[in-house]
Design a protein around this ligand. Sequence first.
Ligand code: FEO
Length: 396
Amino acid sequence: MSAKIIKDGVYAVGAVDWNERHFHGHTYMTRRGVTYNSYLIIDEKITLIDTVRKSFEKELLENIRSILDPSKIDTIIINHIEPDHSGAFLEVLKACPNAKVYGTGKARDGLLKYYGVSGDWIAVKSGQSLKIGKRTLEFIDVPMIHWPDSMFTYCAYDKILFSNDGFGQHYATNKLFDDEVNFDVLMEEAQKYYANILWPFNMLVASELAAISKLNLAVDFIAPSHGLVWRKYISDIMEKYLYWSAHKYKKRIAVVYETMWNSTEKMARKIVEGITSEGVEAILFDVTKNDRTDIVSYMMDAKGWVFGSSTHDGWMLPVIAEFLHFLKGSKAIGRKSFAFGSYGWSGEAVKDIEDTISNITTFDPFFRVVFNPTEEELNKCFELGKSFALKIKNEE
Ligand code: FEO
């Protein structure tokens, strides 16, 4: 990506990682790639906000050089230290020998642990600000959006909120603004991002959004460190963040299963038929054929969760086990579930499912069948789906 202008004196100078498909280790399948956004403000004090992943440090410095010599940078703001934003920190420090570095105390401690240096650091917190010329930058602590060190930086002059991981999307593109891409794709990626990055921290996100709203900031742009800059759809994304962080969800149902010899799959299909016969939306996810990133995104916005697995060696099957292990970190509340599956002689999978995620959902009695479901047992699956749909539809 080359440098792009957001407003007079404010540039996006980050990088596009078109082919990244496994972000955060293998926790997040980034089907549309990733961007690492960094911003340069030209004022009396030249200011860089956030860096990029280490593998893109040359691109960041080239983008800065297309505007000015990086040695002229006076101020580096580190909103968050995760290596997708701080990986280029050492190279940036070398290129900007006179810069003072601003961030939270936790960010400084983290950088010291990661890289052994933190530069000429000035610790800041909510309520503090930095005058860089005609602009003043205000700092807002937002712990757990996404790590304890995280903060936002607000520029009232340009009405830009630099939100780092907040309001991000993993969406590689050469476009800069939200209204330059397809709205539905943008919101799909924003939801997936929230579900896979911020959902576990809902309580803090909700209280921090409430605190920010009391500041009555005028915001024309939200500039996150991943994905597109919001300018047209700011109220849409704010509304979504308030909705997701309040643990709200639709009256719809995800049916997630893994099958060995298709018996559990036959049950799953009948359960979905039963659910949809009541006019309730359901999606059937074979967990071995879908990205868990997409499944989790749908589930964040679904009240009903149904899980199926064949029993194998006394446990549920391994891919759904891995999925549930990931899901239980969501700290979801208010969901309803039941488990089902086929087995040969012992049938532990359904109980294994319940035990694994009883911290985030409540279970109706399970249903399991020996080997292959009979016609009668498939009818029972249909009825279970139907009654579960009624429960989801009618319960507040
Ligand atoms: Fe995009 Fe928490 O780093």
